[in-house]
Write a protein that binds this ligand. Structure first.
Ligand code: FES
Ligand code: FES
Length: 152
């Protein structure tokens, strides 16, 4: 078995060599992290492992044993959204939403290490994430808005 913390709760899953993304979506029933390319090229699967972005599509579940994994489901709730989730809604930063769960957790990691990022820093942090809907400018505005709210 592989035991780890998922969005604040202890979980354990079979130690069968599956990628973390398959475990999260299949065994643990989360739909936030998504399978896009499956090859670390799109960012749709990104989750936080001990606060750092990681590609769940290629990371074996065994690699998170004893560690803390955060997915978009762990950020906030519809009743009490994370400031980033609120800002993305306010800016209408997204269309289909496929890319957003990875982008949101990557933005959480960015703001944890840099509470006042400029546009270049935001773009650099989110560069590994593809948005096929072309929402990039709104996404950058939303991260800026959330950063300002979190600093206030
Ligand atoms: S699905 Fe993991 S980077 Fe695309
Ligand atoms: S909102 Fe559709 S891929 Fe980004």
């Amino acid at each position: 078995m592989v035991a780890f913390t998922l969005n604040g709760a202890a979980v354990s899953v079979a130690d069968d060599g599956a990628p973390l993304l398959h475990v999260l979506r299949g065994e643990l029933g989360l739909s936030g992290p998504r399978l896009g390319c499956g090859a670390e090229a799109c960012g749709a699967c990104v989750v936080l492992v001990d606060g750092a972005p990681a590609h769940a599509c290629t990371l074996p579940a065994q690699a998170v044993a004893g560690r803390s994994v955060t997915t978009v489901e762990g950020l906030g709730t519809p009743a009490a959204p994370h400031p980033l989730q609120r800002a993305f809604l306010h800016e209408q930063a997204g269309q289909c939403g496929f890319c957003l769960s990875g982008i949101l957790v990557a933005a959480v990691a960015l703001l944890a290490r840099d509470p006042d990022p400029d546009d270049a820093a935001i773009r650099a942090a989110l560069d590994p994430h593809l948005c096929r809907c072309g929402s990039h400018n709104r996404i950058v505005r939303a991260v800026r808005r959330a950063a300002a709210e979190m600093r206030a």
